[in-house]
Write a protein that binds this ligand. Structure first.
Ligand code: ZN
Length: 328
């Protein structure tokens, strides 16, 4: 598994060494902001899954191996969660790369608290803040988790802002992988705009979501933008695509911008196939910072551990510069 604690240690060390970043401890925001986005029954399951699993099977790591594939009940009413811990895992989780251990629920709750604390700071200062969330969140949908993600930090942050008075929030997802969970959660919403640049799902995880024709539905039609990109996508190609997305995003005039920052867009990432350099990642940060919106940046993926610190600093660099109000 690529999602390791060393990722976070590397980024913390780089930000501390840089010296321009002020650390804030996350505050406890409770569970209500999570229940506002996810099915509370799934949250209950994540809270108790490890205890149920270890009691039932005597193992320390819970990984599902049978899933609620939609074809199983095609033409029939939906199923309910089975009592079996293994069955329930396959009901609430969509794949096998998201093991649960004794500290999973506490870590997922802490990641949400990081995201919400950073959101409060970005909104109260009308500036930018960065939350070093682990586990990441953008693959977690309303009622199913997976892809190293349990609770959707970006979606919870966006909904938290709406609940607390924001009229419109835009989520920009630059992780190499499409944020299927974020898209699903807001697919019919006109108050949350979601845009993602990612490896084309024809070849890249999560495979089944993230196509260009997925535009949102009902009131949310037009509020979902997907830009699938080819293998080998380099700085120029990526920045061109980003420019188009940012033009559309600006037309939405968000009160808050949430950035799902996956550093797996980097050329040497073991889970990606783009050719974006550290300089390119800096240019991506600069383009986003130039919008001068209140911005909360949430860490998603990124698995080239040795380069993560440099890449995080490169992205955040433009957000450390004073805003020239005359340019607004
Ligand atoms: Zn990713």
């Amino acid at each position: 598994m690529q999602e390791t604690p060393a990722r976070i240690d590397t980024i913390v060390a780089a930000l501390d060494a840089d010296g321009r970043f002020v650390r804030e401890s996350p505050g406890d925001h409770g569970r209500s902001a999570i229940d506002a986005v996810h099915d509370p029954a799934m949250v209950d399951f994540v809270a108790g899954a490890h205890a149920a699993w270890s009691g039932a099977a005597g193992h320390d790591i819970a990984i599902p191996d049978v899933f609620l594939h939609p074809g199983l009940r095609s033409g029939m009413p939906p199923s309910t969660p089975p009592k079996s811990p293994l069955g329930a895992l396959g009901y609430w989780c969509f794949e096998t790369t998201t093991p649960m251990v004794a500290g999973t629920y506490a870590a997922a709750r802490a990641a949400v608290d990081c995201a919400l604390t950073a959101t409060d700071i970005a909104r109260s200062t009308a500036g930018a803040s960065y939350a070093l969330c682990r586990p990441p969140g953008h693959h977690a949908a309303t009622a199913v988790f997976g892809g190293y993600c349990f609770f959707n930090n970006a979606a919870i942050a966006a909904q938290h802002a709406i609940t607390n008075g924001a009229d419109r929030v835009a989520i920009l997802d630059v992780d190499y992988h499409h944020g299927n969970g974020t898209q699903q959660i807001f697919y019919d919403r006109a108050d949350v705009f979601y845009a993602s640049l990612h490896g084309d799902p024809d070849r890249a995880y999560p495979y089944f979501v993230g196509h260009a024709h997925e535009l949102g539905t009902g009131h949310g039609h037009g509020c979902n933008v997907n830009v699938p990109l080819p293998e080998g996508c380099d700085d120029g190609r990526y920045l061109d695509a980003l420019g188009g997305v940012l033009t559309t995003l600006e037309q939405f005039a968000p009160d808050l911008l949430v950035v799902s920052l996956g550093l797996d867009l980097y050329a040497d990432d073991p889970l990606g196939d783009f050719a974006v350099t550290t300089n390119g990642i800096g240019a991506v940060g600069e383009a986003i910072a130039s919008l001068h919106r209140p911005t909360v940046i949430l860490q998603e993926g990124g698995y080239a551990v040795a380069a993560l610190g440099d890449n995080a600093v490169a992205f955040l660099d433009a957000f450390t510069r004073p805003i020239d109000r005359a340019q607004r």
